[in-house]
Design a binder for this molecule. Structure first.
Ligand SMILES: [Zn+2]
Length: 243
């Protein structure tokens, strides 16, 4: 079932492409077993993406880009190297990175570290009240001029009104701050892969990436809240060295 989000949702995907450019399915927020809270092995991850017709992914592990680099080397489809960075103001994703970015810097410093590498700044699950680590509103407003992408839909966000708020935030600010939208799964398991995605025209190099996102369509399907229990379980399994 595709989630109905009322007016804000329908406003989102109004843009249509006039020309017949090939469109691809992408997911810009996926975790591998290199994240402390995922046991999603590289081989399984690649297989799962292929099976679910994803043509482009970003691996955004917590604290490291190592898994993303390995997946990029092995996958038969393009992989963007990303990282979900825990700043002292909450989580921020960097895309198109070459080096791991350290955690616990301020939002401003984190964004600067991403931009210094020529990366793009993506804000994950901006208003999800059940996540302790979502970016605080004050910091988000402060860095908005440097933000490139807003996750208007994250399949792990539990409350529809929190999703609605991120869509509204995007709509209110997209012109002024040149924001782009994505819908992501935030997958930590194969079960989640492909259920939500962003459809966009294939782009030619990083320089045309944001332009291509302007023509993107977001397809969102919410996960059951129980998916967070699986993540907590996996964190403990890894801490206790069970697997
Ligand atoms: Zn995540």
């Amino acid at each position: 079932m595709i989630l109905e989000l009322g007016n804000t949702w329908s406003v989102l995907n109004q843009q249509k492409d006039e020309d017949n450019i090939e469109r691809i399915r992408a997911d810009f927020h996926i975790h591998s077993s290199f994240s402390p809270d995922s046991r999603f092995k590289i081989k399984d991850l690649i297989k799962s993406c292929t099976k679910n017709n994803l043509n482009l992914i970003a691996i955004t592990d917590h604290h490291t880009i190592k898994g993303a680099q390995e997946i990029q080397a092995e996958a038969p489809f393009p992989v963007i190297i990303g990282q979900e960075i825990l700043s002292s103001d909450g989580e921020i994703i960097g895309l198109f990175l070459n080096r791991t970015i350290k955690k616990h810097m301020s939002a401003k410093e984190t964004v600067k570290a991403i931009k210094d590498q020529g990366g793009f700044v993506q804000i994950p699950h901006p208003f999800d009240r059940f996540r302790n680590n979502h970016i605080n509103k004050k910091a988000l407003v402060e860095i908005l001029g440097e933000v490139d992408i807003i996750e208007v839909f994250n399949a792990r966000t539990i409350l529809t009104k929190d999703i609605d708020q991120s869509i509204q935030f995007y709509l209110d600010n997209k012109e002024k701050f040149n924001l782009h939208k994505v819908g992501v799964t935030d997958s930590h398991t194969s079960y989640e892969i492909g259920k939500s995605y962003t459809e966009l025209p294939m782009y030619d190099g990083q320089d045309h990436f944001l332009d291509s996102l302007n023509h993107g369509t977001v397809i969102g399907k919410k996960m059951s809240p129980f998916i967070h229990a699986v993540t907590r379980y996996n964190t403990w399994v890894k801490k206790l060295n069970w697997a």
